[in-house]
Design a protein around this ligand. Structure first.
Ligand SMILES: Cc1ncc(COP(=O)(O)O)c(C=O)c1O
Length: 413
């Protein structure tokens, strides 16, 4: 067995790994030029946002698609459209972006956190069930890092209790659950096109649904309550301005053309990483459920400190020393450890919506979801992007195998 680089041995790789590249080109420029030539950048007057909505709906086989200004906006439009109001409880995951939580609390809803599957990293029907109370109105399932949650049992549970299901697909474009696309199975699917996602419009978001009423409400909630088809002149509801501009629509059209190739490539590279590290002592690959496909926004593997006899941080330091960009965990802290929740301090002057008039004063803090906390404490993250080569992935595999085998052998002695 060769000596670890961290102990003075030769690293697996010396050349820096290039994980990003040119994602905008003539395609975007052409669409942007056309958008500007319209002499209007308003989404309702121009053709770009309309075209994007039509094409995204077609790609996903959905009746309705709306474009909005961010993924957070998409989720907020979704919680508003399904009628989340003060004190309503929404069950979701403690490992997600803050945007998921903003969408709940901005409607006066109370986030309730269910624990996760230890290797898929998503909430499950088993973990959601004990969180359901008479106040529960909805579930936001986050398909994390490109991989699908086990949705069928969640949909069955939701149906049994009359709950709405929002799919947060911000990290999971063209992610397949038993042949169906993530985002098409719940009441509403939400996506982000911020600059870090599979496709970017700088910032933007997408809402899809097959429900005519929800789609109509979403159209109002994204645009200050205005009905733009001319049938009503006054705002019908109180709503924010989450409109995209035609410039966002133009870039989104171009990016959408590239999406299938981006996801196919990420799927192949991520699965290659899994195949390469499968069976390594003390290492758990990023699990993708049987019959499903991930589009890997990133790769989140786990290590077992008992088998390897080292801490996660020491393991990651040793892997990184082999010359590959592996880093510890994902969000570092559970969402329920953020002060905005632990201190019930979403609004400056009061503890709404946890103030007892509306909602339950849930005591958020460490220990709520032990499996999720263990995932965060024992996971390592590797990049997967369409710009990477097979050799890049093979080097990550070699580094993880080399370090894990070394520590596992030392621990067994
Ligand atoms: C799971 C998840 N939900 C919601 C969001 C919010 O999206 P945006 O940054 O576009 O508001 C993100 C973005 O990072 C995300 O990863």
């Amino acid at each position: 067995m060769s000596t670890l680089a961290i102990l003075g041995g030769t690293p697996v790789r010396t050349a820096p790994m290039v994980t990003s590249g040119k994602r905008f080109d003539e395609t975007e420029l052409h669409e942007l030029k056309e958008a500007l030539e319209q002499q209007t950048l308003f989404y309702w007057f121009g053709e770009k946002v309309k075209t994007f909505r039509k094409q995204f709906a077609e790609l996903y086989g959905m009746k309705h698609c709306h474009m909005v200004s961010s993924g957070t906006a998409a989720l907020h439009v979704a919680t508003a459209s399904i009628g989340i109001g003060p004190g309503d409880e929404v069950i979701t995951t403690p490992i997600t972006d803050q945007g998921t939580i903003v969408a709940i609390v901005a409607q006066g809803g109370v986030p309730v956190f269910a624990d996760l599957d230890p290797h898929v990293y998503a909430i499950t029907a088993e973990t959601i069930a004990p969180c359901i109370t008479p106040k529960t109105k909805a579930i936001i399932v986050v398909h994390l890092a490109g991989s699908p949650a086990d949705l069928d049992p969640i949909l069955a549970l939701a149906k049994q209790h009359g709950l709405r299901v929002i799919e947060d697909c911000a990290q999971s474009y063209l992610c397949r659950y038993k042949g169906r696309l993530a985002g098409t199975m719940g009441d509403i699917g939400c996506f982000s096109m911020n600059d870090f996602k599979h496709i970017s419009a700088g910032d933007a978001g997408i809402v899809i649904t097959n429900d005519d009423v929800l789609s109509e409400r979403a159209g109002l909630y994204l645009d200050k309550g205005y009905r733009r088809d001319g049938s009503g002149r006054r705002p019908e509801i109180l709503a924010a301005n989450y409109r995209p501009s035609e410039l966002h629509g133009a870039v989104a059209i171009a990016q959408l053309r590239k999406l299938p190739r981006i996801c196919e490539r990420r799927n192949a590279l991520g699965d290659r990483l899994t195949a390469g590290i499968q069976g390594t002592p003390g290492i758990h690959p990023h699990k993708v459920l049987e019959g499903c496909a991930s589009s890997y926004w990133f790769y989140l593997g786990r290590m077992d400190p008992k088998v390897l006899g080292v801490s996660r941080d020491d393991f990651v330091k040793a892997v990184a020393a082999e010359g590959v960009p592996v880093t510890p965990g994902y969000i570092q802290r559970m969402v329920y450890e953020y002060p905005v929740l632990t201190e019930h301090h979403a609004y400056d002057t009061c503890s709404y919506p946890w103030d007892g008039i509306y909602g339950r004063a849930i005591p958020y803090g460490p220990g709520m979801c032990p499996v999720a906390e263990t995932i965060e404490a024992t996971s390592w993250r590797a990049p997967i992007t369409e710009f990477m080569t097979e050799q890049d992935v093979d080097d990550i595999v070699a580094a993880v195998r080399k370090v894990a085998s070394h520590y596992a052998a030392a621990a067994a002695r």
